[in-house]
Design a protein around this ligand. Structure first.
Ligand code: AHR
Length: 495
């Protein structure tokens, strides 16, 4: 029997809603087709953006959206993407399929998208192939309130008032696609570029430095040592790849071994965060600098028959488990994790929405994000999870993972994942503390008949959440049985 003990009157800090952030890159069919279709499109749209996608994303209460890359960010020149669309310079997207883009989706369109989604923009600037002046002028263009060359150019292009812009990334993966720099070199470049990322009017920028890839602890050490005091956040990128980078494995055609390997690799996020946090703690014991996991998620071989440079992949109940487990890890480290961005929002990697022509489907990952949104800005409750073992061959993982929070209205939410692909997971939940007394209980559950189960355009609701009420509640104890391969959220309503 698994046991979860929750201290209902002991909180460990706020789970920033920004942990539930997303990422949209000019990659494959994410921006073009997935979000932007243009006003002339027969696909119903709002100012050129797909109305069905907007509606689906609004329901997720997305707190923050990162753009324009990714690797694309360090070859993007923002001035090519402003002004009348028909006059915009075209560009080759060299990283992703060599597509020639028409730049119809630029700064104004992205910031309008954020307004429509009611989320904060997070813009990544170009260090790899851009200049300090270009980066500085972008910030002036977006945020300068008065009479200045860039603010006036913005007005000529139809936007009178400045936008609010908080999150700004100074480059992306500058150890790789963003310029192949050494940590000492990038740290100095970071110091130089960020100097000219100015605060205008009452706008205050939260500057994010390019951090390490996975377990590159030397990069973290050098960045914190040389540039730590000039940043508000530092990024971390980690993708869950079931196989190797040259043979990643299929999104849908996989067996027990890949199931187990995928979940094991997604749990590796915990070790990465712990070790990077330990380095950050030495340079920043006050925890001023946030760790920003601005790219995470599963990465498989692209779907057969699609352009491999477009990174289009399906999404099964396995991805739902990866999402649930990873979000639980972020909760645990909410003292340092200020933001995280799932890669990517539509049609790319672990997407929440897939589109084909005028059709749309919500993936199992979407449903987890929707079920878990109750944790956004809630207080993390102290909890302990004594999990049974889930064995596969000689290897062992915990059978379940759990996290609990209390929201602003006093409702307590407990999310649970059963990693086990064959067995039910019986769980006894004990609520300690004065707020643990019996409260009205309800729940939702996401599971599937098989590990490869996913939604298709023909069958978009194969994997969808349903009400969950098979629990026993007695005093401060709740007993539930989680089916194999499942994610659940329980709600204990405030009196
Ligand atoms: O998300 C896809 C790519 O992965 C991004 O462009 C890059 O930053 C990372 O390597």
């Amino acid at each position: 029997m698994n046991k979860v003990t929750i201290q209902t009157d002991h909180t460990r800090g706020k789970i920033s809603r920004h942990i539930y952030g997303h990422f949209s890159e000019h990659l494959g069919r994410c921006i073009y087709e997935g979000i932007w279709v243009g006003e002339e499109s027969p696909i119903p749209n709002t100012e050129g953006m797909r109305s069905d996608v907007l509606e689906a994303l609004k329901a997720l209460q997305i707190p923050v959206l990162r753009w324009p890359g990714g690797c694309f960010a360090d070859e993007y020149h923002w001035k090519d993407g402003i002004g009348p669309q028909e006059h915009r310079k075209r560009m080759v997207n060299t990283h992703w399929g060599g597509l020639v883009e028409n730049n119809h989706f630029g700064t104004h369109e992205f910031l309008r998208l954020c307004e429509l989604l009611d989320c904060e923009p997070y813009i990544s600037g170009n260090v790899g192939s851009g200049t300090v002046q270009e980066m500085s002028e972008w910030v002036e263009y977006i945020t300068f309130p008065g009479d200045s060359p860039m603010a006036n150019l913005r007005r000529e292009n139809g936007r009178q008032d400045p936008w609010k812009l908080k999150y700004f990334g100074v480059g992306n993966e500058n150890w790789g696609c963003g310029g192949n720099m050494r940590p000492e070199y990038y740290a100095d470049e970071y110091r130089r570029y960020q100097t000219y990322v100015r605060n205008y009017g009452d706008n205050r920028i939260y500057k994010i430095a390019c951090g390490p890839n996975e377990g590159d602890y030397a990069w973290m050490e050098e960045l914190m040592r040389i540039a730590g005091r000039f940043m508000n956040g530092i990024s971390l990128h980690y993708y869950t790849v079931p196989g190797t980078w040259s043979a990643k494995g299929s999104a849908t055609e996989f067996g027990e071994e890949e199931w187990f390997a995928t979940l094991k690799k997604s749990l590796h996020m915990d070790e990465l965060i712990k070790r990077h946090k330990a380095i950050m703690d030495r340079y920043d014991p006050e925890k001023r600098v946030g760790l920003i996991v601005d790219e995470w998620g599963t990465w498989y071989e692209a779907e057969p028959g699609t352009n491999p440079g477009f990174l289009y992949q399906q999404n099964t109940i396995r991805d739902a488990l990866v999402a649930g487990l990873t979000l639980h890890i972020f909760h645990e480290h909410c003292d340092r994790i200020h933001m995280a961005n799932l890669a990517q929002i539509v049609n790319v990697l672990q997407a929440v929405v897939l589109t084909e022509g005028d059709k749309l489907l919500l993936t199992p990952t979407y449903h987890v994000m929707h079920m878990f949104k109750v944790h956004q800005d809630a207080e993390l409750l102290e909890s302990r999870c004594d999990a049974s073992l889930y064995a596969f061959g000689d290897e062992r993982l915990p059978q379940i993972s759990a996290s609990a929070s209390r929201d602003g209205k006093g409702h307590i939410h407990i999310s649970l994942c059963n990693l086990d692909h064959t067995s039910d997971a019986p769980v006894r939940i004990e609520l300690r503390g004065k707020e643990g007394a019996a409260r009205p209980l309800s729940g939702s559950l996401l599971t599937a008949a098989g590990m490869q189960e996913h939604n298709t355009f023909e069958h978009p609701s194969r994997v969808a959440p349903r009400a969950f009420d098979s629990f026993k509640q007695e005093g401060n104890e709740i007993e539930i049985v989680l089916p194999p391969m499942s994610v659940a959220v329980l709600k204990l309503a405030a009196e």
